[in-house]
Design a protein around this ligand. Structure first.
Ligand code: KG4
Ligand code: ZN
Length: 347
């Protein structure tokens, strides 16, 4: 008999449900919440309410797409942590209720583990051990992944995540939230080496992006004259906006180029130090076209086997929760219904 998992993801502002049948994803439905755009970031209470509205139709659509009914489901997986507590609770309570009413096992999944294991959806999938650089809106991590059940963080950001660096840079350029995909879009027509934004000097495998954000702020406020604070060179708001408007493509390309070089330098260092040649990307920022291209070029030079999830499995999605829950199901790593905390903001 095939093993069929229904999984739910609701950690932030995407309500998603997916079906995994014997390790293959047969549906992955994602409802994005447009309401946050006007606020310049995710508003937690509005996200929870939107999850409440979306969850039933999204689960229904995932079952229909996979031509299944609830009676054919063997277990229900869900994102337990990390994320927005109200958003997590909606998915967690829904999954718990399904598990209870259908008398099927419940499987709590760690969102960051799931981003990494999104790479197992591909065919061929990477062999273990592999290195994975997860670049999302809340995290930037390099992990050594020994098996679906065992991974170790060897480097991470000490301040902003890569996705935050994209989104905050976009905000400084006057672009709406989430700005990452917009920077990607404008960068495609820009010159990545026109503006040489400073690179942080961080030892080891950790990352830092807050300095870049500050240098962009000053660069724009001084209409491209300096990366550091010089009050005597500050321009008016109108001059600043004019500078941005006339250089938007090059600004986006140069900012994106700097973020990519910061990421790939550390990834290469991690590969050199561990000797691992199977290298994966994961998380929302791995949807970035510039990063995907530079990563593949570097892999060719370094002799790596590169893996990047297809676009729909990079940003938040339930398919990655489903594949992780599938492996936990095989390992009999189930979550008792008696567990009181169905959601945790941090893990
Ligand atoms: O993994 P994800 O969907 O959610 C979290 O777990 O955080 O990542 C969302 C992040 C956002 O910061 C968004 O701007 C960024 O991924 N992102 C991108 C692109 N698509 C999504 N950043 C740069 N280029 C993209 N194409
Ligand atoms: Zn995520």
């Amino acid at each position: 008999m095939p093993v069929r998992i229904l999984a739910i993801e609701s950690s932030c502002d995407e309500t998603s449900a997916a079906i995994c049948e014997d390790g293959k994803i047969t549906s992955n439905i994602i409802a994005s919440q447009k309401i946050h755009e006007q606020y310049g970031g995710v508003v937690p209470e509005l996200a929870s309410r939107a999850h409440m509205q979306n969850i039933v139709p999204v689960v229904d659509a995932a079952l229909k797409k996979a031509s299944l009914t609830l009676d054919k489901i063997d277990a229900v997986g869900y994102t337990q942590s990390p994320g927005l507590i109200g958003s997590l609770l909606v998915g967690g309570q829904f999954a718990k209720s399904l598990s209870f009413s259908k008398n099927i096992p419940l499987i709590a999944v760690h969102h960051m583990q799931a981003h990494v294991l999104a790479n197992l959806i591909a065919d061929p999938a990477p062999n273990f051990p592999f290195l994975c650089m997860t670049v999302s809106g809340g995290h930037t991590q390099i992990v050594v992944c020994e098996s679906p059940y065992s991974m170790k963080i060897i480097g991470e950001t000490i301040d902003d995540a890569a996705g935050e660096a994209f989104d905050k840079s976009a905000k400084l350029l006057g672009l709406p939230y989430p700005g990452g995909p917009l920077i990607d879009h404008y960068a495609a027509s820009g010159n990545p080496t026109r503006f040489n934004f400073p690179k942080p000097q961080i030892e080891g495998l950790n990352f830092s992006f807050s300095g870049l954000k500050t240098s962009i702020l000053y660069f724009l406020e001084h209409a491209g004259k300096t990366f550091s604070y010089k009050p005597e060179l500050k321009v008016s708001q109108i001059e600043k906006e004019h500078f941005i408007q006339t250089n938007l493509n090059d600004l986006c390309a140069s900012i994106q180029h700097r973020i990519i070089t910061i990421l790939l330098e550390k990834l290469k260092r991690a590969a050199d130090e561990t000797g691992i040649k199977s290298i994966c990307l994961a998380g929302g920022v791995s949807a970035n076209k510039g990063l995907r291209q530079s990563f593949n070029e570097l892999a060719l030079v370094e002799g790596w086997q590169p893996y990047i999830p297809s676009f729909e499995y990079c940003t938040d999605n339930a398919a990655m929760i489903a594949i992780t829950a599938y492996h936990k199901f095989l390992a009999k790593d189930l979550t008792p219904l008696s567990q009181t905390s169905s959601a945790r903001a941090n893990w």
